[in-house]
Design a protein around this ligand. Sequence first.
Ligand code: SAM
Length: 331
Amino acid sequence: MSALIDPYGRAITYLRVSVTDRCDLRCVYCMAEDMSFLPRREILSLEELERLAGAFIGLGVRRVRITGGEPLVRRDVMRLFRGLGARLGQGLDELTVTTNGTQLARFAGELAAAGVRRVNVSLDTLDPQAFTRITRWGKIETVFAGLKAARDAGLAVKINTVALRGENEDSLADMVAWCGDQGFDMTLIEAMPMGEVGAARADQYLPLSLVRARLRQRYTLDESDYTTGGPARYFTVRETGRRLGFITPMTHNFCEGCNRVRLTVTGTLYMCLGQDDSADLRHVLRREDDDAALEGAIRAAIARKPRGHDFVIDRRRPAAAVARHMSVTGG
Ligand code: SAM
């Protein structure tokens, strides 16, 4: 079976699967306060999601990341982790998850047992009040308990932090130190203009070029050639010995090496995070029992993968660059 190669010669080896559009938090840059979520009939069952992910693995995808919404609020989601975990070493090299950490205290052990070795935990501040403000109602203790459980279960943790103007910009240097103390790698992310969230994007946006320059006043950032094939550019913080990544969709186009596609919980495949074109795989999945048609539909979609995105945050263009929220594809 030939691998999935897109029109620009990039091999597609990484799939992100969103297992729900729901979340137990409402981060101000991610969702509007009052969101409407998908009706149940639109949503793929866990078996359907596993079959779809399996088709991608059959076509050469070697890494799968489960995301959401908040993936750990989907009922019985551990069944999917166990199902995909059984494919580790048989085509699949790595199974990971991106989570806000609120449910990790309950699930870290089961994730590890399913074969997950690394988790990305999104955390934008260490301050309890700022956490509640950013997430609109979250309690930071639940995330701290989750992080402890992850460590106890032997999971490697990477903290994902969105840089937010006027909100966490003055505490990012302290978070780098904290990650060093905890033994966590960290990635900083620029806020992207995805979906209406009831706030002006230009007010939230903080360029990471500025953040990096400020961090350099306190830390020595050594260039690193470490890469995950993803969009982050990594440095090693000499003072802590931990990795620090920068994801800069707004200030640096990171698309040249893109190896990934994103599947939503409705079976819609997005070939680019920053573009609207998509392919409906649910239709084929539910119509055909054998996977040949599904594989054909996946190949046809990959043949349409665009060269890259062009996000713009501009006060004169207040509408979101991409209409869907990040919670649809999970980042
Ligand atoms: N609920 C999980 C979590 O919190 O990690 C998974 C889904 S969440 C949408 C994935 C990541 O996207 C989180 O790190 C979140 O902070 C980030 N994110 C959400 N909206 C974003 C935006 N508009 N720009 C940049 N990052 C965003």
